[in-house]
Ligand binder design. Structure first.
Ligand code: ADP
Ligand code: MG
Length: 305
């Protein structure tokens, strides 16, 4: 059987919110010299909310409502945040002294998701497009200077800004924010102090990713990645001789969690697929357990030797 020190280390880890599937993972975890973090839901809380809405010659409430109709059937975190904000705004608007509540959003006639770019819907004979620059370029929708400036400013703050277009005109934009997990900067610092390199991998745009990386103290950023590209980046780090841990939460992270030497799935917020694929699972808001888990495995190796 495995050495007693490994068994007790796994037991200690479990009591501290880190689940490990076996002693061999503990052994590998002790050699980690690079930790790759997913951004959304891992370094951030995964609770995206609308931070600001702007209209270019249009009322901001109208822009938000058009965006919400387009996102009515969206399962993306940006879409649900836009719907919630629109519902909250209409619920607090007063009409002749009475608060109008329960204003429900109409269902669009059709709805298409463009993965990694946004959504396209039709409603009342009009075309609604909500998404990033790439989506507008694909559709031949021109981006006004005001939109370009607005999006850049919000991205520099670490927010994600999406355009709202009606019948081929950009009528406004919505900025969304996902707060950092409180523990994130301390975790990055502790890893650095232990001589472990940290990198960020994300599907979000380069400017937003760099702003968030700056807030947590991560120097290396790989942005605008599709899920399979995250996996390729991990493979490249391994080919360079690194022993790599990947920390992720979403279903999209499963391939990169499996490719890393040690896959670490965030607990309660994580999906079952991510947890099944990973070698270790951190319970609940357990981001701060990462330096502990790595330190523990280093200690276990000493005990075994
Ligand atoms: P993330 O990894 O941040 O969840 P995705 O890869 O799903 O991002 O999407 C990348 C980008 O595509 C988003 O930052 C956004 O600009 C755009 N996008 C994706 N889905 C939507 C949506 N439902 N509504 C608007 N924009 C979207
Ligand atoms: Mg994520």
């Amino acid at each position: 059987g495995p050495p007693v020190s490994v068994v007790s280390a796994i037991g200690n880890a479990a009591r501290n919110g880190v689940l490990m599937k076996g002693g061999e993972h503990l052994e590998r975890a002790g050699k980690i010299d690079l930790v790759a973090f997913d951004k959304t839901g891992t370094l951030t809380r995964g609770e995206t909310a609308v931070a600001d809405v702007t209209g270019f010659g249009h009322d901001a409430d109208h822009v938000l409502r058009i965006a919400a109709i387009a996102e009515r059937r969206s399962e993306h975190h940006l879409g649900s945040a836009i719907r919630e904000a629109a519902e909250r705004r209409s619920a607090t608007r007063t009409d002749g002294g009475t608060v109008v509540t329960g204003t429900s959003l109409p269902d669009p006639d059709d709805f298409d998701v463009v993965p990694g770019k946004g959504v396209i819907a039709h409603h009342d004979g009009r075309e609604l497009v909500v998404g990033n620059r790439a989506l507008l370029d694909d559709r031949g929708i021109p981006v006004p200077d005001a939109a370009f400036v607005y999006v850049r400013e919000r991205e520099e703050r670490g927010e994600t800004a999406v355009h709202v277009a009606l019948d081929g005109d950009v009528i406004g934009a919505v900025a969304l924010r996902d707060e950092l997990r409180e523990a994130a900067p301390g975790v990055v610092r502790a890893l650095r102090d232990a001589g472990v390199e940290t990198v960020m991998l994300t599907g979000d745009n380069e400017r937003t990713a760099r702003a968030v990386a700056g807030e947590v103290g991560i120097d290396t950023v790989h942005a605008e990645l599709l899920p399979e590209e995250k996996q390729t980046v991990i493979e490249a780090f391994r080919a360079d001789g690194h022993v790599v841990a990947m920390v992720g939460d979403g279903i999209n992270d499963a391939p990169s969690l499996a490719t890393a030497d040690v896959g670490i799935a965030m607990g309660a917020a994580g999906t079952d697929t991510a947890i099944e694929t990973a070698d270790m699972a951190l319970m609940a808001d357990g981001l701060e357990r990462i330096p502990y888990a790595i330190g523990l495995s280093k200690a276990a190796r000493w005990n075994v030797a």
